[in-house]
Design a protein around this ligand. Structure first.
Ligand code: CS2
Length: 493
């Protein structure tokens, strides 16, 4: 039964003229891409580039989206024929676009066989992923498969009913091989270091644990190009739903909100062809590494630092945090004085203007990007965002004061108690372990000792560095005694 008040194929013709909408016949679209993890980031990034490719006439690249965890997105978008709205916002205002590139949605836990069938289908040429850093079942400090991960153990024991992304991908590859079909390309679109190589390593090892011959096949036949993905996409709020419904004249249960800026750099290494995403603004290169490193260390390193210290200082959003004394200077210093000197040259990227554009993006008053949202999964994010930079600075005998303050902010945050003695809702795969390790500890020395011992985060080397330990202890001591706002306000630019 069509709900006239709800966004859907029938509502497209009635939308206000200013709202962009799909101009192509969606019924002629083939699903050439299966995407794992249809969260807001994917829907404001890859799905937008792909929508433009479909509009340009290549109908092979529709997206079949699958959630590996919850049915929410499927439940929201399926009654809307897969359509949803992207709101692009900045100080100048808002523009709306209804997006048509996602043509079907599945929920893996409900029907793993249906997802495997879609991934093993002849038309499927690319399997892409945004499953967040923790969705790869790897050890963040080393990038190796975590063979003790409960989902890995489950999927090795039940290969035809996987739970994890590695489990689904390897089983689908086995099915394609058995059917005489070529391997698809596996395209990681998450903020992992060397994300293509990390995915390849995880999949090859998982396959080898299942069957050494399958391991050799995955190693030899599967291509996992690396990518650098960039767009700030806060979680959608009810206020967003209400304002967008008012602008559309109908209800979209799950729109996405984002900024004007978008970047996608992709290693051009696909086994069965790929969409011309470059015609929609993406960049194909032979080596993504310099772009990825710059983005992870400058943008994401600053984001995590702002998230922990901003949250502790009582700021709900990144824009609020940037308006408070010392925070803009702190991240400018972290980017230009500490991170940028560790980067190789990046074609077309000047660190000064890149840092200035990031500061403008962080300041965007129209985006309510919560510090709490970015603070999630720090144990999975810190290695590539701050600790890699720390290692390079220590190796070069260079100071690390601002990086150490970012790490100390995370340590203070994962104690789970804020500066008003209220509990913090710490979301992290290691949250229970981190809380156990810090329970009852009050001194900077004791907290640093307890948390540096978390090897999946800090590895075997950083706990041995007296320079690192003392820098983090000094920063944490200031946070404990003076609070985040005062500590940041007195940090030099
Ligand atoms: C953020 C990223 O939540 C987070 O961890 O730092 O999602 C960030 O917004 C994107 O990487 C920007 O491209």
């Amino acid at each position: 039964m069509i709900d006239p008040s709800r966004l859907g194929a029938d509502a497209l013709a009635h939308l206000p003229t200013g709202v962009a909408r799909p101009t192509y016949d969606r019924t002629s679209v083939e699903s050439g891409i299966v995407h794992l993890g249809i969260g807001a980031f994917h829907r404001a990034h890859q799905a937008i580039y792909t929508d433009a490719v479909l509009a340009a006439g290549d109908r092979r690249w529709g997206i079949l989206g699958a959630s590996l965890r919850s049915p929410e997105t499927r439940d929201a978008l399926t009654p809307q024929d897969g359509l949803y709205t992207m709101a692009v916002r900045d100080a100048a205002g808002e523009s709306l676009q209804v997006v048509g590139s996602i043509t079907r949605l599945l929920v893996a836990p409900e029907d793993p066989a249906a997802l495997l069938a879609a991934m093993a289908a002849p038309a499927t040429r690319i399997v892409s992923l945004t499953v967040t850093e923790k969705g790869y079942c790897h050890r963040p400090a080393t990038g190796e498969l975590d063979e003790d991960h409960p989902d890995v153990r489950h999927d090795l024991a039940h290969p035809d009913r996987p739970r994890s992304a590695p489990g689904f991908i390897v089983e689908a590859l086995r099915m394609r091989r058995a059917a005489g079909l070529p391997a698809f390309t596996a395209l990681c679109c998450d903020n992992l270091p060397h994300n293509g190589a990390t995915l390849q390593r995880v999949l090859s090892r998982f396959a080898a644990l299942r069957d050494p011959d399958l391991g050799r096949y995955v190693d030899g036949e599967l291509r996992c190009p690396s990518t650098m993905v960039d767009r700030i996409v806060p979680a959608t709020t009810d206020a967003d739903r209400a304002s967008i419904a008012a602008a559309l004249g109908c209800i979209d249960v799950w729109p996405v909100v984002t900024e004007p800026f978008s970047q996608w750099v992709i290693e051009d290494r696909f086994s069965q062809g790929r969409p011309e995403w470059d015609r929609a603004g993406a960049t194909f290169v032979s080596d993504v590494a310099p772009y990825e490193l710059a983005k992870l260390r400058l943008l994401n390193g600053s984001h995590s630092t702002l998230a922990y210290l901003g949250y502790l200082a009582g700021h709900e959003t990144v824009a609020d945090t940037m308006a408070a004394p010392g925070f803009a200077a702190l991240v400018r210093g972290l980017m230009l004085r500490e991170a940028a000197p560790t980067l190789p040259a990046v074609p077309g990227l000047d660190p000064e203007s890149y840092a200035a554009s990031l500061i403008e993006r962080f300041r965007n008053p129209a985006l309510r990007h919560r510090t709490w949202q970015i603070a999630m999964d720090g144990s999975q994010k810190l290695p590539q965002r701050l600790l890699g930079t720390v290692r390079d600075r220590l190796a070069a005998g260079q100071p690390i004061a601002r990086l150490a303050l970012g790490v100390a902010g995370w340590m203070r945050y994962v104690t789970g108690i804020d500066e008003q003695q209220r509990p913090i809702d710490v979301r992290d795969p290691l949250a229970d372990d981190l809380r156990r390790r810090t329970a009852g500890l009050t001194s900077a020395e004791a907290l640093v000792a307890a948390l540096l011992a978390v090897e999946p985060v800090f590895g075997p080397d950083l706990p041995q560095s007296l320079l690192f330990r003392s820098a983090v202890e000094a920063a944490l001591s200031s946070l404990l005694h003076h609070g985040a706002a005062a500590t940041v306000a007195q940090t030099s630019a």
